[in-house]
Structures are given as structure tokens and as C-alpha cells.
Write a protein that binds this ligand. Sequence first.
Ligand code: TRP
Length: 336
Amino acid sequence: MTQDTFLTGITTTGTPHIGNYVGAIRPGIEASKDLDTGHFYFLADYHSLAKNEDPDRIGQSTLEIAAAWMALGLDTEHAYFYRQSDVPEILELTWILHGMTAKGLMNRAHSYKASVQANVEGGDKDPDKGVTMALFSYPILMAADILMFKSTKVPVGQDQKQHVEMARDIAQRFNHNYGDTFVLPEAVIGEDTAILKGLDGRKMSKSYNNTIPLFAPEKKLRKLIMKIKTNSLEPGEPKDTADSTLFDIYKAFATSAETTAVAQAYADGIAWGQMKQQLFEYINEHIKPAREEYERLISNPAVVEAELKKGAERARQLSVPYLAQIRDAIGIRKLG
Ligand code: TRP
């Protein structure tokens, strides 16, 4: 029986927010405590090229995301924790996989299709306006990330499921052509409860600008929580926990006994202001020790850099020999 290997990438375009924490960082760190399974968590910095991000922003985001995982206690002796760009074999594999990827498959990628549709709807003559090849072949880079480390399980959000299926398709085609080389991955989709809503009640996402940064300083955290959208029910009026962003966030952090108590407070008509204060205090207490460590790391980027370099070195012990095998399979070989 082979053990599962979990792998997931984080694009380096934003500041970690509580939605990332609840949906990806916390479950990732928890899962990686299982020493019988393999775990790969990496910063997908080359993926950010697809969106032509501001170069300074990419560096800052890399530092913030890496510091967040470290501050929250990821065991980097067991889990592989690295930056994609520090493992050049991934890029080499990306090109190799281009040879096994039908263009038609990429035409069907949701993210590409969404860009085309936006152009068409905007009345543009060129449906591919603004679409770079990095955007178009983004799923191939992602397939290389996944296949490079023989991952079997890929925890992602629903929006990335198709990409994992494409990685599987590409791997299958390669295996069919060149012989059994790649392990076929499978997406693992987090439960819906793990998707937090943001300040305005929509999914918490950088693109909606409605996030609560995980390590926002105390004052800022309080200010943001006070901004969370509620309805106009008065203090004393019973409130519904369904569809309450405040309740959902509280629930994501609290124990089930604490959550039950808050549900009772809703039924008893807790004032929104009081609920916000309670939520703020809860998150603030919960996050405080990690926030101190996070701030220490942010002001010592060399510590984070060293950790990522160490992770890449470990990862390359796997990727270098495996890539040699893959090159051999496709006929890129020494002459004598
Ligand atoms: N595309 C993913 C996202 O936007 C990030 C990512 C890059 C990834 N490479 C990956 C996720 C490999 C899982 C596996 O969220």
C-alpha cells in the first residue's frame, strides 16, 4: 500500500487573510502532523506571472505567506516547504508537459474561458485581448507542480478542481506515450464550511477587497471586524445564525461548545456591536502568539529566506533524480 502525498500551492499575490487561514493554512498544518503521509506546501511565485503582478508585491507576498505558515507552526522538518522558483526542475518539467498537452484542453480551462468571455461581452474585436501565454498555459505549470512530487491528493478550492483534473489528463497521456512515469493526482475539495465570507458578505477574497488580514495589528483587526456587514435588527431582537458572517467567522475559530453558547446569545438577541466586540476579542486572543512570531519573521526576512532555501534543497533531492528519469523517458539523453 502506498501512502498519500498531499501537495498544494499558494499563489504569491496577496496578504494572508483569515479565509486563507481557515480554508488552507490551518487544515494544511493539521494534516501535516500525520507523519505517515507526505506533505508539500509551496509558494507558487511563477504562477503570479499570469496576472502580471507588481514585482514588489510578489516579493512582499512571498515573505508574508511564508512567515504566516512558519509562525503558525508548520513542521518544516517533515513537510516540504519551498518556493517554486527555487526548484528549477518544475519549470523544465512544465515545458516537457507542453508536449503532452492538447491545445484544445487548455481552450477549455475555466480561467482562460472567463477572460475570453469578458472580452466578448466587453465588445472587444480580439477575444484573446490581454491573454498571455502564461495565463493560457497556467494549468500546465500547475500540472508540473503536482506531478513533480508524485502527489496523490491535492487540496484546493472548488475553482481549482478542473486544473487538477487537467494535470491528471496530462499525466495519463504521458504515461500512455512514454510508459508509466507519473502518479495520477486527485483533487481534495475542502468542505463548504471552510469558505469564509468577507466584510461585505461575499466570499472572502483578495479580488473582492473584503478580507481581514490574519495578522492585522490589533487596532486594525478591531476596526475591520466592526465593519462586517450585519442586518438592522435591534439589540434584544432574536437573530438568525444562518447567513450571519459574524457567526460564521466565530464558528470557524471557536470550539463547538463556545459556538453553541453564541448561537444561544443570538436567540436571546445579542446586540451586533456586542457580538462584534466578542468576535474581535476571541480572534485577537487566538492569534496573538502567532502574530508576535509573524512580526518577528517579517522584520527578519533572512530567517524566512533560509527556511525556504532549506526546503528547496530537500525538495530538489527528489526533483533532480526524478527529472533525469523523465528526460530519459522522452529521449533527452546523453550521447555516450
Ligand atoms: N493555482 C492555485 C490557486 O490559484 C495555486 C497553485 C499553483 C496550486 N500550483 C498548484 C494548487 C499546485 C495546488 C497544486 O489557488
